[in-house]
Write a protein that binds this ligand. Structure first.
Ligand code: UDX
Length: 436
């Protein structure tokens, strides 16, 4: 069976290559020709562990191909996955223009029944709207069925998450379409993946409720961490003990500089906006967003306090620019607000990230930020080192060497990667998050 996946971002590309690995004939479509040309050569436009191998393997076995020609790909396929971007608008609602444009194109093109599967995260009601748009454009009486199939993959472990998901969610009104899509995911039955089969609105809700809940855990522990600082408690022990309660669970209770990335900031805003629109506000999620903004501000203040407000003229080494480790993605990364604030106050910023420097240069050119070739070059002559992303290589830095090359020996550890006692014993001024 042929399937088309429209959109070659994280979700689309991983899904396309993953489905090809399941044995399907997959065409990945994107309107950006340069991207398709890169992909045809097995080159991946962003860093994601394991993805290059997966793409190359399926190009060479002939199951994965790339095209800018949406119309012929769609005509060839029974199933079409929509995986284009759904960014936030300024008011927090979702910009659906890319999804709607794709739906119109599909409608103009089809000459036969199709199953259209939405992987993009879209507000409740969007899948029905997609069906309406396609059938209106088609005008020849051709019908389609739509299936909502939200994607839960995490960047940095996207391939593993796609190949071994915790669950697959499928929402549709059509039994026929559900059977076809279930069959596509047949390899996941073999590894006993739970399937949740439901209606469109429920599937759309599941994605937002899941992401909002995870974001809630993060904002919750961030506020607990802040309170720990005030009362002299250690948030790591608090989180550990909380997590041992099976009803709470240990994951997503790690305090930090606030969540970033392409999903949580956008999805929490969208969820809050959906609540307002339907007259059923999600107050907790509104608070989660506010707490996250506050956490970013607190992180900046931590650096300022450590410098005794002498930011102007100080040299600050920023370690980690991506919103989390193992990705080159800097969307909504806490490093952006931090670097921006420090530059505005007159600091000199030296930055190092194992994967995200090129991305960061698009926001802060090399005349504004000095990009170092390793953490030590960043720290050389610096007054303070700020750990913003917990890349593994920062966990094992040679702190004695660091001490030698720095101007002042100050560390702000926004991910709590170091043991405060050990670092202080070496003579550093050190502050983490939520540890007394
Ligand atoms: C997330 C969801 O996990 C995924 O299910 C969804 O489909 C898309 O959004 P992702 O954005 O790739 O995935 O990253 P994730 O690993 O979930 O981290 C999100 C942000 O939360 C990062 O900025 C991370 O640093 C932060 N975080 C996470 C914390 O600050 N503390 C934690 O305990 C966990």
């Amino acid at each position: 069976m042929h399937v088309t996946v429209i959109g070659t971002g994280y979700v689309g590309l991983v899904a396309g290559a993953g489905l090809a690995d399941f044995g399907l004939q997959v065409i990945c479509v994107d309107k950006i020709k340069e991207k398709i040309d890169l992909l045809k050569n097995g080159e991946i436009p962003f860093y994601e562990p394991g993805l290059k191998e997966l793409v190359e393997r399926n190009i060479s076995n002939g199951r994965l191909s790339f095209s800018t020609d949406l119309a012929s790909s769609v005509r060839l396929s029974l199933v079409i996955f929509i995986a284009v971007g759904t960014p936030s608008k300024d008011d927090g609602t979702v910009d659906l223009s890319a999804v709607e444009a794709v739906a119109r194109e599909i409608g103009k093109t089809i000459d036969d029944y199709k199953v259209v599967v939405t992987k993009s995260t879209v507000p409740v009601g969007t899948n029905r709207r997609i069906k309406e748009i396609i059938e209106k454009e088609a005008q020849n009486g051709i019908t389609v069925d739509v299936v909502s199939n939200p994607e839960f993959l995490r960047e940095g472990s996207a391939v593993e998450d796609f190949m071994r998901p915790n669950r697959v969610v499928l929402g549709s009104d059509s039994e026929k379409a559900l059977a076809i899509v279930k069959d596509i995911y047949r390899p996941l039955y073999l590894i006993e993946t739970p399937f949740v089969i439901t209606n469109l609105e429920t599937a759309e809700m599941i994605k937002y409720a899941s992401n909002a809940f995870l974001a809630t855990k993060i904002s919750f522990i961030n506020e607990v961490a802040n309170l720990c600082e005030a009362v002299g408690a250690d948030v790591h022990h608090v989180a550990k003990a909380m997590g041992l309660d099976k009803r709470i669970g240990p994951k997503f209770l790690h305090p930090g500089p606030g969540f970033g990335g392409s999903c949580f900031p956008k999805d929490t805003k969208a969820f809050a906006a959906i609540g307002q629109e339907f007259g059923s506000p999600v107050k907790i999620v509104e608070a989660v967003i506010e707490v996250n903004e506050n956490q970013k501000r607190r992180s900046i203040n931590k650096v300022k306090e450590m410098l005794k407000d002498q930011v102007a003229g100080s040299t600050i080494a920023v370690l980690g620019l991506s919103f989390k480790p193992n990705t080159s993605d800097i969307r909504e990364a806490p490093a952006i607000t931090l670097v921006d604030a420090l530059l505005k106050e007159g600091a000199k910023v030296k930055a190092y990230d194992p994967a995200a420097q090129e991305e960061f240069k698009r926001l802060f050119a090399e005349d504004k930020v000095h990009y170092a070739k390793d953490p030590y070059e960043a720290a050389e002559g610096a007054d303070i080192v700020v750990v913003v992303t917990e890349w593994n290589e920062f966990r094992n830095l040679d702190l004695i060497r660091l001490k030698d090359i720095m101007n002042q020996t100050k560390i702000v550890d926004l991910r709590n990667v170091y043991d405060p006692k050990k670092v202080k014993a070496l003579g550093f001024d050190y502050v983490g998050i939520g540890r007394g």
